[in-house]
Design a protein around this ligand. Sequence first.
Ligand SMILES: [Cu+2]
Length: 143
Amino acid sequence: MRALAFEIAASLLVWVGSASAADIRIREPWIRALPGNLPAAGYFELINAGKSAVTLTGAESPLCGMLMLHRSTTQDGMGRMQDVGEVTVPAGGRIVFAPGGFHLMCMDPKPALKPGGKAQVALRFSDGSVVAAAFDIRNAMGK
Ligand SMILES: [Cu+2]
Protein backbone atom coordinates (compact mmCIF):
# COMPACT_ATOMS: atom_id res chain seq x y z
CA MET A 1 0.00 0.00 0.00
CA ARG A 2 2.76 2.35 0.91
CA ALA A 3 4.66 1.47 -2.28
CA LEU A 4 1.56 2.12 -4.35
CA ALA A 5 1.08 5.55 -2.80
CA PHE A 6 4.67 6.36 -3.57
CA GLU A 7 4.26 5.33 -7.19
CA ILE A 8 1.19 7.47 -7.61
CA ALA A 9 3.00 10.43 -6.10
CA ALA A 10 5.99 9.84 -8.36
CA SER A 11 3.91 9.62 -11.53
CA LEU A 12 2.08 12.77 -10.56
CA LEU A 13 5.39 14.52 -10.14
CA VAL A 14 6.45 13.50 -13.60
CA TRP A 15 3.15 14.63 -15.05
CA VAL A 16 3.33 18.07 -13.45
CA GLY A 17 7.03 18.59 -13.92
CA SER A 18 7.73 17.83 -17.55
CA ALA A 19 6.45 19.33 -20.74
CA SER A 20 6.22 16.99 -23.68
CA ALA A 21 6.61 17.63 -27.36
CA ALA A 22 2.88 16.95 -27.71
CA ASP A 23 2.19 20.25 -25.92
CA ILE A 24 4.25 22.30 -28.35
CA ARG A 25 2.79 23.76 -31.54
CA ILE A 26 4.64 25.55 -34.30
CA ARG A 27 2.50 27.92 -36.36
CA GLU A 28 3.31 29.44 -39.76
CA PRO A 29 6.99 28.55 -39.92
CA TRP A 30 8.89 30.26 -42.75
CA ILE A 31 12.40 31.25 -43.57
CA ARG A 32 13.61 34.20 -45.66
CA ALA A 33 16.13 33.14 -48.27
CA LEU A 34 18.51 35.91 -49.36
CA PRO A 35 20.77 36.01 -52.41
CA GLY A 36 24.25 34.58 -52.23
CA ASN A 37 25.45 33.12 -48.99
CA LEU A 38 23.72 35.63 -46.71
CA PRO A 39 22.24 34.27 -43.48
CA ALA A 40 18.52 33.41 -43.69
CA ALA A 41 16.16 34.31 -40.84
CA GLY A 42 13.45 31.89 -39.74
CA TYR A 43 10.13 32.95 -38.21
CA PHE A 44 7.24 31.12 -36.54
CA GLU A 45 4.94 31.17 -33.57
CA LEU A 46 5.84 28.88 -30.70
CA ILE A 47 2.80 27.82 -28.69
CA ASN A 48 2.97 25.95 -25.41
CA ALA A 49 -0.37 24.24 -24.75
CA GLY A 50 1.06 22.43 -21.73
CA LYS A 51 0.81 23.01 -18.01
CA SER A 52 4.46 23.83 -17.48
CA ALA A 53 6.97 26.12 -19.11
CA VAL A 54 9.08 24.88 -22.03
CA THR A 55 12.47 26.22 -22.99
CA LEU A 56 13.76 26.26 -26.54
CA THR A 57 17.51 25.70 -26.40
CA GLY A 58 18.53 25.26 -30.02
CA ALA A 59 17.68 24.27 -33.57
CA GLU A 60 19.24 22.57 -36.53
CA SER A 61 18.46 22.03 -40.20
CA PRO A 62 20.19 20.06 -42.95
CA LEU A 63 19.94 23.25 -45.06
CA CYS A 64 21.93 25.37 -42.60
CA GLY A 65 25.56 25.11 -41.56
CA MET A 66 24.45 26.33 -38.18
CA LEU A 67 21.11 27.49 -36.84
CA MET A 68 21.20 30.02 -34.02
CA LEU A 69 18.68 31.72 -31.75
CA HIS A 70 18.82 35.48 -32.26
CA ARG A 71 16.95 38.55 -31.17
CA SER A 72 16.91 41.83 -33.05
CA THR A 73 16.91 45.06 -31.11
CA THR A 74 17.28 48.71 -31.99
CA GLN A 75 19.93 50.66 -30.12
CA ASP A 76 20.55 54.36 -30.83
CA GLY A 77 18.67 53.93 -34.09
CA MET A 78 20.91 51.05 -35.17
CA GLY A 79 19.55 47.59 -35.77
CA ARG A 80 21.43 44.92 -33.88
CA MET A 81 21.20 41.18 -33.42
CA GLN A 82 22.23 39.27 -30.38
CA ASP A 83 22.57 35.60 -29.60
CA VAL A 84 20.08 34.30 -27.10
CA GLY A 85 20.99 31.01 -25.46
CA GLU A 86 17.40 29.96 -24.88
CA VAL A 87 13.81 31.14 -25.08
CA THR A 88 11.27 30.11 -22.44
CA VAL A 89 7.55 29.89 -23.22
CA PRO A 90 5.35 29.95 -20.11
CA ALA A 91 2.62 27.36 -19.56
CA GLY A 92 -0.27 28.18 -21.88
CA GLY A 93 1.77 30.95 -23.48
CA ARG A 94 3.27 31.76 -26.85
CA ILE A 95 6.33 33.50 -28.22
CA VAL A 96 6.30 35.03 -31.67
CA PHE A 97 9.45 34.82 -33.75
CA ALA A 98 9.03 37.67 -36.24
CA PRO A 99 11.03 40.33 -38.11
CA GLY A 100 12.43 42.84 -35.61
CA GLY A 101 12.45 40.37 -32.71
CA PHE A 102 13.26 36.75 -32.03
CA HIS A 103 14.32 34.71 -35.04
CA LEU A 104 16.30 31.67 -36.04
CA MET A 105 19.45 32.56 -37.94
CA CYS A 106 20.49 30.08 -40.61
CA MET A 107 24.23 30.57 -41.06
CA ASP A 108 25.95 29.22 -44.17
CA PRO A 109 22.70 28.27 -45.96
CA LYS A 110 22.96 25.37 -48.43
CA PRO A 111 22.12 25.84 -52.14
CA ALA A 112 18.83 23.94 -51.62
CA LEU A 113 17.56 26.82 -49.47
CA LYS A 114 15.59 28.35 -52.34
CA PRO A 115 12.23 30.17 -52.36
CA GLY A 116 9.32 27.81 -53.00
CA GLY A 117 10.92 24.91 -51.17
CA LYS A 118 10.75 23.63 -47.63
CA ALA A 119 13.39 23.49 -44.94
CA GLN A 120 13.14 20.80 -42.30
CA VAL A 121 14.02 22.24 -38.92
CA ALA A 122 14.42 20.41 -35.61
CA LEU A 123 13.73 22.52 -32.52
CA ARG A 124 15.37 21.28 -29.32
CA PHE A 125 13.97 21.82 -25.85
CA SER A 126 15.58 21.70 -22.43
CA ASP A 127 13.70 18.53 -21.43
CA GLY A 128 15.37 16.70 -24.29
CA SER A 129 12.36 16.71 -26.60
CA VAL A 130 12.72 17.63 -30.26
CA VAL A 131 9.95 19.10 -32.38
CA ALA A 132 10.28 18.96 -36.16
CA ALA A 133 8.73 21.57 -38.46
CA ALA A 134 8.81 22.16 -42.22
CA PHE A 135 9.56 25.84 -42.84
CA ASP A 136 8.26 27.37 -46.08
CA ILE A 137 11.14 29.03 -47.88
CA ARG A 138 10.18 32.51 -49.07
CA ASN A 139 12.12 35.14 -51.01
CA ALA A 140 13.68 38.37 -49.75
CA MET A 141 10.26 40.07 -49.91
CA GLY A 142 8.80 37.40 -47.64
CA LYS A 143 6.69 35.96 -50.49
CU1 LIG B 1 19.99 37.06 -36.61
